[in-house]
Design a protein around this ligand. Structure first.
Ligand code: SAH
Length: 216
C-alpha cells in the first residue's frame, strides 16, 4: 500500500506514542513489555494496514495482547490514529511496531507467540518474487522460531494464487492445516470475523475470502 508522504507525519505518529513500541529491540528481553497484563496470550499481526483488524480484534479478544506490525510509516500512522480514537476504551492490549517482517528474529525471542495473523498479504504474483510472499517457506521458518509449539498462523486473503501457493508451502513445511475455507463469509467462522480494510473492499466487489488456520 503506497501513499504520498503525509504532511506532519512524524508529529502525528508522536501524538500516538503511547501505543507505539518505538524501538522493537526492547521486545527481545520481554515481548510483553508494553502490556500491563503480561499473562495474556501474545499475538502478532504482520502488515496491519490501516488497523481495522487490529483495533477490532483487540476489543474482541480481551484475553490477548496484540502487537500489530506495519512497515509503511504513513499507513501505520493511520492505524495508530484509529486505535487512539477509541477514546472511552483505549486498548491496553494493543501496541504497534513500524517495521518489516524481515527483522522479526532480531526483535522477538523464540517461542513467545501464541497466534500470528497474516491478512491480505501482498500476493507478489510474479514467480520470480515468490520469496517475498509472507507465506514462503523461508518466512514459515521464521514463524516457527517465534511461535510457541502448537501456536497458530491465521491467514486470510482474497488472492487465489497466493492462497494455493500458501497451502503448498504449509504442506512442504510439514504444517497441519487445522481448518480452511474458500468462502470465509459463508463459513462457520463468519460470525466473529473481524474484517480488514482490504477484506471489506474485495468482498464488496464480489470476491470470496480464503482463510486457513495452521498449527505449528
Ligand atoms: N492487512 C491489511 C493491509 C493489507 S495490504 C488489510 O487487510 O486491509 C498488505 C500490508 O502489508 C501493506 O500495508 C504493506 O505495507 C504491509 N507489508 C507488506 N510486507 C510487509 C513486511 N514484510 N513487513 C511488514 N509489513 C508488510
Amino acid at each position: 500500500m503506497r501513499m504520498r508522504k503525509k504532511k506532519h507525519g512524524e508529529e502525528r505518529i508522536q501524538a500516538c506514542a503511547e501505543l507505539l513500541i518505538e524501538d522493537p529491540a526492547v521486545l527481545k528481553d520481554d515481548p510483553a513489555v508494553a502490556f500491563s497484563d503480561k499473562s495474556r496470550k501474545l499475538c502478532l499481526e504482520i502488515g496491519c494496514g490501516k488497523g481495522n483488524f487490529a483495533v477490532g480484534t483487540a476489543a474482541k479478544d480481551t484475553d490477548c495482547n496484540l502487537i500489530a506490525m506495519e512497515r509503511a510509516r504513513d499507513v501505520c500512522c493511520l492505524a495508530l490514529e484509529k486505535a487512539m480514537a477509541c477514546k472511552e476504551n483505549r486498548p491496553d492490549n494493543l501496541r504497534f511496531i513500524i517495521g518489516d517482517a524481515d527483522n522479526l528474529e532480531e526483535w522477538f525471542p523464540e517461542k513467545c507467540l501464541d497466534i500470528l495473523y497474516l491478512n491480505f498479504s501482498d500476493p507478489w504474483p510474479k514467480a520470480g518474487h515468490a520469496k517475498r510472499r509472507l507465506t514462503h517457506r523461508n518466512y514459515l521458518a521464521k514463524y516457527k522460531k517465534l511461535l510457541k509449539d502448537g501456536g497458530l498462523l491465521i491467514f486470510k486473503t482474497d488472492n487465489v494464487g497466493l492462497f494455493d501457493f500458501s497451502l503448498e508451502e504449509f504442506a512442504e513445511f510439514g504444517l497441519k492445516v487445522e481448518w480452511m475455507t474458500r468462502d470465509l463469509h459463508n463459513s462457520e467462522r463468519a460470525e466473529g470475523n473481524v474484517m480488514t480494510e482490504y477484506e471489506k473492499n474485495f468482498s464488496e466487489k464480489g470476491f470470496t475470502i480464503n482463510s486457513a488456520i495452521v498449527r505449528f
